[in-house]
Structures are given as C-alpha cells and as structure tokens.
Design a protein around this ligand. Structure first.
Ligand SMILES: [Zn+2]
Length: 77
C-alpha cells in the first residue's frame, strides 16, 4: 500500500500522535533540566568553628589539622 492510499481517518490519529510526542519529550527533558540546575547542596554548607564556636559558611572556613576554623581563629590575616 502506498502512503497516499492510506485513508486520512487512519493517518490523522498517527500524525497527531507523532506531533504530540516531541512535546512530551521536551517536557520530560525540562524536568530533568530543572533537577540538574537546583542550587548545589554544598553552596550554603556551614560549620561551627572548632575554636570559638562561631557558625561559619564553608566559603569562609579554613581546615587546619582536620579542624574547621573561622578566619580569625585560623590566623588568616
Ligand atoms: Zn573561630
């Protein structure tokens, strides 16, 4: 059977299904995309300084001899 011989009532549902598939695929990819771009868990990580007990964000911490120290306690100038 040639494609042009297929009746429209048979091909239309198939065409509609084919058209709908990309949207579902884009939606699925979008969900994965959003998951991948959640804020990184470590971005707001913080510890208490092992010397003075001050809560310090990871970006301001220094690890000295395996201890988390804030900048003043680590001797960092
Ligand atoms: Zn400290």
């Amino acid at each position: 059977m040639e494609p042009q011989d297929i009746k429209p009532e048979i091909t239309d549902p198939l065409v509609k299904k084919a058209v709908s598939l990309p949207d579902e695929k884009i939606l699925f990819v979008g969900e994965v995309f959003n998951t991948d771009f959640e804020p990184h868990k470590g971005t707001f990580e913080w510890h208490n300084c092992d010397k003075c007990g001050e809560a310090v964000f990871a970006i301001g911490l220094r690890i000295v001899n395996g201890k988390y120290l804030c900048m003043p306690c680590s001797g960092y100038e």
